[in-house]
Design a protein around this ligand. Structure first.
Ligand code: PEP
Length: 257
């Protein structure tokens, strides 16, 4: 059985004070069994890089709460002004790194090839990528959803090999559902998750069976349970709702049902 996983993508939000209160409140809920059973649901918090150390320091052992970054360089060190290396992220206590988020693809021109090279660098340092894939509204309306998602996955598999997929989480995030309040229906999401698993299974059935595939796109406590009940949806990547400790806890709770 696959363990559920819920990751919070805080994006470029927060201050030292808000990070402290958010983590403190969430940790208390988790310790009281109100944010998903630790045996059933892994939780990941992905703060802005500057606050990663704060969150690591505030995460007690034994509650299955990990910390992730929202991006990483494709290089490990050198003359890359403004970049952050996977080596540094691993050293500071990150376990996961979100790669290929649609905002990075769209706003920072991250191509499939760049995302794949970041994936390779992250793996080298033992970070677990949360690889985001998903179509725009235009691509969905053109019937290209599965082609787009498979193309994004194939770029990683071509560079890193299918075995690398066993060391990542795939996040299906339809671009039209991110931050818009428009959520894919459980049926729409399940269809794509099932296709992703089948695509991986054609190359390695065991890896496909164990692969955690999470859904992201306007997930809230009100819609989480129906999405997470689908056979191939193993949790969520949560943006806006992860900034509210009670709301995020309720989503984690829904993943453990
Ligand atoms: C995201 O940014 O990954 C995301 C899913 O955002 P939201 O939940 O706000 O749609």
């Amino acid at each position: 059985m696959r363990k559920a996983i819920v990751a919070g993508n805080w994006k470029m939000n927060g201050s030292g004070a808000s990070v402290s209160s958010l983590v403190e409140e969430f940790v208390a809920l988790r310790q009281n069994g109100l944010a998903g059973d630790c045996d059933l649901v892994d939780v990941v918090m992905c703060p802005p890089e500057l606050f990663i150390g704060n969150v690591v320091a505030m995460s007690p052992a034994g509650i299955s709460l990990s910390v992730g970054a929202q991006n990483a360089s494709h290089e490990l060190s050198g003359a890359f002004t403004g970049e952050v290396s996977p080596v540094m992220l691993a050293e500071i206590g990150c376990k996961y790194v979100i790669l290929g988020h649609s905002e990075r693809r769209a706003l920072y021109a991250e191509s499939d090839a760049i995302v794949a090279s970041k994936f390779a660098a992250a793996l080298k340092e033992g970070l677990l990528p949360i690889l985001c894939v998903g179509e725009t509204l235009q691509e969905r309306e053109a019937g290209a959803t599965i082609d787009v998602v498979e193309r994004q996955l194939a770029a990683v598999v071509e560079l890193c090999g299918i075995a690398a997929v066993a060391k990542c989480v795939v996040a299906y995030e339809p671009v039209w559902a991110i931050g818009t309040g428009l959520t894919a229906s459980p049926e729409q999401a399940q269809d794509v998750h099932k296709s992703i698993r089948s695509w991986v299974a054609k190359q390695d059935a065991a890896i496909a069976a164990g692969l955690q595939i999470v859904y992201g796109g306007s997930v809230k406590s009100a819609n989480a349970k129906a999405l997470f009940a689908c056979e191939d949806i193993d949790g969520g990547l949560i943006g806006g709702a992860s900034l509210d400790a009670k709301e995020f806890a309720a989503i984690c709770q829904a993943a453990g049902c």
